[in-house]
Design a protein around this ligand. Structure first.
Ligand SMILES: O=c1[nH]cnc2c1ncn2[C@@H]1O[C@H](COP(=O)(O)OP(=O)(O)O)[C@@H](O)[C@H]1O
Ligand SMILES: [Ca+2]
Length: 500
């Protein structure tokens, strides 16, 4: 009986200290599991936001991007949450009334205030990037361009976001960021896959960007952009042709046809029976054509259509200079370009035009597409208006020119042939985000694409590390104490039966 009591007294499970140690131990383990679980739980609702305004030559668009807040460490996938088309024309059109450039943005900015949760406003970066319309205004009238920027800055700073500035992008940036966007959205960069080239057709400029097969950067260093993204190196070829966006190209085509100052022209790039009166001053009011204005010309000219694809191509060819090339290979106007390589995504006006013409189906050959555009151009204007009563007449009248321009630019300008043309996809968006330079611009300015890959899991933050360390230390001490208290009783316990 006494031996039994003695054994009971010596049994560590009957000691209060042991029980306390055990209880604390269990609590510590539960705390550790809970903290780790909470820390690593995906926080679905928490996003961060960024806003980019694309101040294009024809119009301004606002894009809101979002990404998971807990993956701030450059690993979260960014997607477009919302876009807003600013009413009216591009900011460069307000050169004479700069304040209006600012106020034109108000409606979309108010929409952005609603779209981004209020508690995130202050930390949400807001950028404005202007492209070729402002490049041209800046060349033509620097004072007016500065005033437009002043008005835009003032208007944007009134909103509660973290305003990061408004500036003109260089053509090289516009091309390179468009390429980054397309390849980021396609998940090609992170996975180190073969990249896709980017073709952007704007109203005032156009960009071509791709990674060439064999690329001697030294031939034309100004066309080369080197990137290190997610540990992969890219040598990108990019070029932006100012004045070769579709609106300025149309001006150049009209300027070519009115160079002698006639009172009427019959234009093969417009439908038969099409007829409008155009003003000479308005037509030549752009640095892309101003120097070619005829010395003697009436106030207006009559612009009638003829609808002849082949002759339209002849007019468009005259906009390109194919003669001088001091490099191994050129696109046009003496600009170096290596042979096109791999697949391409063609967006912005490339998409708008080809989508209108129903030519975005990838299975169509270059020949089929060319025949379709030729047939479309020869359709009389009245018939076109009847078939498309809901389409804005200005756009509608220009699709024949735009379609012909796109085909000529791609095949004769950039040297796509039947085979390489079939690798061009006309796209508006990728996985719900618009293709364009804005996403690439924001990724770059917010350092969201790391140069190096990070294979290790993201570091837990300091608080998490300290809590886990304290709990682990506590557990270690408890286990040690536990073992010590058992060791003090075990030898005696084992001898008990011999005593009995
Ligand atoms: O619905 C459409 N149909 C045809 N063209 C469109 C449509 N929406 C926009 N565009 C054209 O897309 C082009 C966009 O150019 P943007 O304004 O971005 O100029 P930029 O990039 O040269 O500065 C303009 O030529 C504009 O007319
Ligand atoms: Ca654009």
């Amino acid at each position: 009986m006494s031996a039994q009591r003695e054994m009971k007294e010596k049994n560590p499970w009957h000691k209060p200290l042991t029980i306390i140690i055990t209880v604390i131990g269990v609590i510590a383990i539960v705390a550790l599991v809970t903290v780790a679980g909470l820390q690593n739980r995906p926080v679905f609702q928490k996003y961060k936001y960024g806003i980019v305004l694309d101040a294009g030559s024809s119009h301004t668009a606002l894009y809101i991007y979002k990404w998971p807040a807990e993956k701030d460490n450059n690993t979260g996938r960014i997607e477009q949450k919302h876009s807003c088309k600013v009413k009216g024309k591009g900011i460069s059109s307000y050169a004479a009334v700069p304040e209006k450039a600012g106020t034109s943005l108000t409606e979309c900015m108010q929409e952005a205030e609603m779209q981004v949760p209020a508690w995130r406003h202050q930390e949400t970066p807001l950028y404005l990037g202007a492209t070729a319309g402002m490049r041209l205004l800046n060349m033509e009238n620097k004072v007016a361009s500065d005033k437009v920027f002043e008005a835009v800055e003032k208007a944007l700073q009134r909103f509660p976001f973290s305003y990061q500035g408004a500036r003109i992008l260089s053509g090289q940036e516009e091309g390179a960021f468009g390429w980054v966007t397309v390849n980021y959205l396609d998940d090609r960069l992170k996975q180190g896959l073969q990249t896709t080239g980017a073709l952007d057709l704007g109203g005032a400029s156009t960009q071509i960007s791709f990674v060439p097969h064999e690329y001697d950067i030294s031939e034309s260093p100004s066309n080369a952009v080197a990137f290190q993204l997610y540990g992969n190196y890219y040598n990108l070829y990019t070029h932006s042709f100012l004045c070769y966006g579709k609106d300025q190209a149309l001006r150049m085509a009209l300027a070519h046809q009115t160079r002698s100052g006639p009172i009427a022209i019959s234009d093969p790039c417009f439908h038969p029976d099409y007829s409008v009166t155009r003003n000479y001053n308005t037509l030549y009011d752009s640095p892309c054509v101003s120097e070619r204005k005829p010395k003697v010309a009436p106030l207006n000219f009559t612009h009638t259509g003829e609808g002849n694809f082949l002759q339209c191509q002849e007019v468009i060819r005259s906009l390109f200079n194919f003669k001088s090339c001091k490099y191994s290979k050129c696109s046009f106007n003496g600009i170096f370009q290596p042979p096109v390589q791999g697949s391409f995504g063609a967006f912005s006006a490339y998409y708008f035009v080809m989508n209108f013409l129903n030519l975005t189906d990838g299975s169509m050959s270059l020949e089929t597409i060319t025949n379709y555009v030729a047939n479309y151009c020869s359709t009389p204007w009245d018939q076109i208006k009847k078939v498309y009563p809901d389409i804005n007449e200005k756009y509608l009248a220009e699709y024949c020119f735009s379609g012909t321009y796109i085909l000529t630019l791609l095949t004769e300008g950039y040297n796509f042939n039947t085979e390489t043309f079939s690798k061009i996809k006309f796209i508006k968006e990728i996985k719900g985000s618009d293709a364009g330079w804005t996403l690439g611009y924001m990724l770059n300015l917010t350092n969201m694409i790391p140069a190096e890959t990070k294979d290790s899991p993201p570091l837990p933050h300091a608080g998490y590390v300290s809590i886990v360390t304290v709990i682990v230390l506590l557990l270690f001490i408890l286990v040690t104490l536990f073992i010590l208290s058992f060791r003090s009783i075990w030898p005696k316990c084992s001898k008990e039966p011999q005593i009995v």
